[in-house]
Design a protein around this ligand. Sequence first.
Ligand SMILES: NC(=O)c1ccc[n+]([C@@H]2O[C@H](COP(=O)([O-])OP(=O)(O)OC[C@H]3O[C@@H](n4cnc5c(N)ncnc54)[C@H](O)[C@@H]3O)[C@@H](O)[C@H]2O)c1
Ligand SMILES: [Zn+2]
Length: 347
Amino acid sequence: MKTFCIQTELRPEKSEIFCGRGVFESAEISAAFVFTDTNMLSLYEKKIKKKFPKKPIFAMDAGEEHKTPETLFALLREMAKAGLHRKDTLVCIGGGVVGDIGGLASALYMRGIDCVQIPTTLLAQVDSSVGGKTAVDFGGIKNLVGAFKMPSRVFVDSEFLGTLPERELRCGLGEIVKHSALSGVLFDRLIANRARLFDLEFLGGIVPDNIAVKTAFVQNDPYETGLRKFLNVGHTTGHAFELSGGGLSHGEYVLLGLLYEIEIAKKYLKCDEAYLRVLHNLAVKVLGTVPKTDPVAAAELARLDKKNAKNDSIALAVPTAKGKFELLELPFTQYKRELKKLGDSIC
Ligand SMILES: NC(=O)c1ccc[n+]([C@@H]2O[C@H](COP(=O)([O-])OP(=O)(O)OC[C@H]3O[C@@H](n4cnc5c(N)ncnc54)[C@H](O)[C@@H]3O)[C@@H](O)[C@H]2O)c1
Ligand SMILES: [Zn+2]
């Protein structure tokens, strides 16, 4: 079993992450209340009830459209009804939506109670369960209301990946390819195994490497004032395409964003072009086919990005060589022109 520990001076509480096949059943996890979603409950009710006998369970309706203040307050209401105390633990079992809402509820309830995360999607295992960002969507804006709240423990069990549809695997792979743009070691592993990127055994095996990449960035910058911004590789442009619609998953938009940002990096920065070509091909391999999109509409939406757009310019975290990356700031009009120009060649 691999374990990680995040502890920062700013945020003195520890967050321990345990990874391994079967860790959900074998680890000792105490819970006062279990939060999950309806899909997870229909697939794993027996397993959850066996692990946490007689504990109250609240299952939200599955899906991003339910990542709302209403669901958050429904959960808080159930926690209060169950009489949870300050020393009790909320256990969240599910994908990033359950993790984000449950994490926020644990930050708010009695000004903060213990939270344990059991991520069950590939995306949640490699990304959202690590690092303590929690949120709900509000007023049509994703993750507008949230808090930093580290889970005390995270149990990452690859057995859960067995029931994920391919679409959810591709979504998680989007974040894995993003991590490989930040880590030469992970990049080499993906390239060496490019024939079995969707193989569950391979994916389960690289989850800890991804957590190692993410924890390194979080550990050094828990509140995203500097280094953690590089975890946004592919995201500024990807998120803009996501807002402009088209029905892809978040991870697929990240890959699409990465394709555009690689080309922009090549134009404005000194880059290892051979490496970027291989990274491009890796992203295309995971995406399958590159979807048709409207880059001009997306560029306008990138302007609304709360993290990366200011003073009429756009900040992009871009890969430049294996394991190397830079922050590139472009005036908005120039960024829009680049997206428009690239539109025809990328699709
Ligand atoms: N906090 C962070 O740092 C962070 C980082 C990245 C993403 N996120 C958030 O994560 C969310 C996306 O997470 P997600 O992709 O896990 O979505 P999700 O939680 O909606 O899960 C995707 C689907 O898979 C189902 N599911 C979950 N586990 C399953 C399993 N083992 N087998 C079968 N089905 C399963 C869910 O019910 C859901 O229908 C977004 O809201 C995003 O904002 C947060
Ligand atoms: Zn992401």
